[in-house]
Structure formats: structure tokens, C-alpha cells
Ligand binder design. Structure first.
Ligand code: PRP
Length: 237
């Protein structure tokens, strides 16, 4: 779902989201799922500029705490893996979260995406060995290695390319160097990892940045608070 939504807008869906049966605090508290790592590092100053000081979350994280109540803001922060943010939000265990476009597009869950935060910028690309470019006109069996099989599948389908997709969990750049794949689909930020491995970018699939994502139940039950938070963030991005 790439279209961005205001959370008060209705979205047609055949799937249903349930109010969680427990663990989501009082209805006055907003639960926010944040991914650890670079996005969190960039999100904290952004929230601070928006008047939401999540400094307590940073301190608690240093102390290995992963559920952090910030009572003065009526918030509760969950620190989770980036790829887990959409699951927490879709199932209502968190009202909203922050996730990269890469994660959101790969999982394609039933979520609103009301705001692009403009942080965690990088891009999703196709790359191949500079010295061994793929001849797309040759009828050969091509293999693409990636952490993003769904994004890769959709990209290949859109281009009418038939190829095998090999799902990996990291260090994607070595796959074409050791004969595992002809090309990779991966995130590029500085481009240094591609350079180190003599890979060249063939094309950009889409630019990536982190977005706010909101669950359907949360949008219904806590839409006013969420809209207020979105408005505050929108003023500082
Ligand atoms: C990401 C990505 C690239 C690298 C790109 O990997 O998958 O490998 O960063 O960054 P660059 O363009 O600045 O070099 P990550 O660090 O998440 O490790 P992983 O590949 O093992 O998941």
C-alpha cells in the first residue's frame, strides 16, 4: 500500500482488525512502536522538535528496557525490530509505529501511512557485477538474491522478467561474487558496500524513507490523538 492516508479517512478492506484483548494500556495512552537503529536515532530529534521529548525512551533503551511508559506525554514506546513494527501495528498491539518504506512495501499489510517522516533515507536498487553485466536479451535463467523477495517479485513482474528469487537475510552483496546470483535487489545508502564489491547500480526501484504507520482500530478509537501527533510532526519535517 503505497498511497498515503489521513487516518480519519476510510479505507476499503476485506481484512478485519481486532481491538487487542490486553496489554495496550488505557485508551488514553498511545502506544508507539519504534524500530531500533538508525531510524530511531533520527526519529528522536524529530519528535523532540515536535514537542514530544522521547528522551526517556533513549535512556531506557540504554538500560535494555523495551517497553517505556512516558506518562507526561500519554505515550508508551515499544522498542522492536524494524521488520516487526508493521505486525505490532496491524494487530493493534501498538497504535502506530515508524517503519521504512522497504519494510512496509515488502510486507504490504493493512495499515494507514499518513506521513512520510523523511528520515532513514536510502534507495531500493537492482545491482550487478560491474565486470559481468546481465544480457537481458539472452534467454538465460537469471537469479536475483535479496532480503526483499516480494518487492523483487513485483518489480520483475512489472518488467515482464522471469527470474528465480533467492531470499537471503544479509550480506546480499556477496551473492553475485560467489556464483549464488546474477543480480541483487538491496538497499543502498552511501553506495560504499556496492563499491567495495565492484557492483554497479542497474536501476532504482524506489526511494526509501521512514513513514508513520497507523493501525485501523487505533485510527478509529484514537484518531483525534493520532491526528494531533501527525499535525505536530508535519510542522517539523
Ligand atoms: C544495508 C544494505 C546494504 C548496506 C548499504 O545492509 O543491505 O548492504 O546497508 O549501505 P551503504 O550503501 O551505505 O554501503 P546492513 O548494514 O543492514 O547489513 P545486512 O546487509 O547484513 O543486512
Amino acid at each position: 500500500m503505497s498511497e498515503q492516508h489521513n487516518v480519519t479517512r476510510t479505507k476499503t478492506s476485506t481484512r478485519t482488525a481486532r481491538e487487542p484483548t490486553g496489554g495496550n494500556g488505557s485508551s488514553a495512552t498511545l502506544t508507539l512502536a519504534l524500530p531500533r537503529g538508525r531510524i530511531l536515532d533520527e526519529a528522536l530529534p524529530l519528535f523532540k522538535r515536535a514537542g514530544l521529548d522521547l528522551g526517556a525512551a533513549e535512556k531506557a533503551r540504554a538500560g535494555r528496557r523495551l517497553i517505556i511508559p512516558i506518562e507526561e506525554l500519554g505515550l508508551r514506546v515499544l522498542i522492536v525490530r524494524d521488520t516487526d513494527v508493521p505486525a505490532y501495528v496491524e494487530h493493534g498491539a501498538a497504535d502506530l509505529g515508524i517503519a521504512g518504506r522497504d519494510v512496509l512495501e515488502e510486507q504490504d499489510r493493512d495499515l494507514y501511512e499518513p506521513l512520510d517522516l523523511g528520515i532513514g533515507r536510502c534507495r531500493m536498487v537492482v545491482a550487478e557485477p560491474a565486470g559481468r553485466p546481465v544480457d537481458e536479451s539472452a534467454q538465460v535463467h537469471l537469479r536475483y538474491a535479496t532480503k526483499f523477495p516480494e518487492i523483487t517479485r513485483r518489480h520483475l513482474q512489472a518488467r515482464g522478467t522471469v527470474a528465480e528469487i533467492i531470499k537471503l537475510y544479509g550480506s546480499i552483496e556477496i551473492a553475485p561474487l560467489v556464483g549464488l546470483a546474477d543480480r541483487i535487489v538491496d538497499l543502498v545508502s552511501s553506495g560504499e558496500t556496492l563499491r567495495q564489491h565492484h557492483l554497479r547500480e542497474v536501476e532504482t526501484i524506489f526511494p526509501v524513507s521512514a513513514r508513520l504507520c497507523v493501525g485501523r482500530v487505533a485510527a478509529k478509537l484514537r484518531g483525534d490523538r493520532i491526528d494531533d501527533l501527525i499535525a505536530r510532526l508535519r510542522r517539523v519535517i
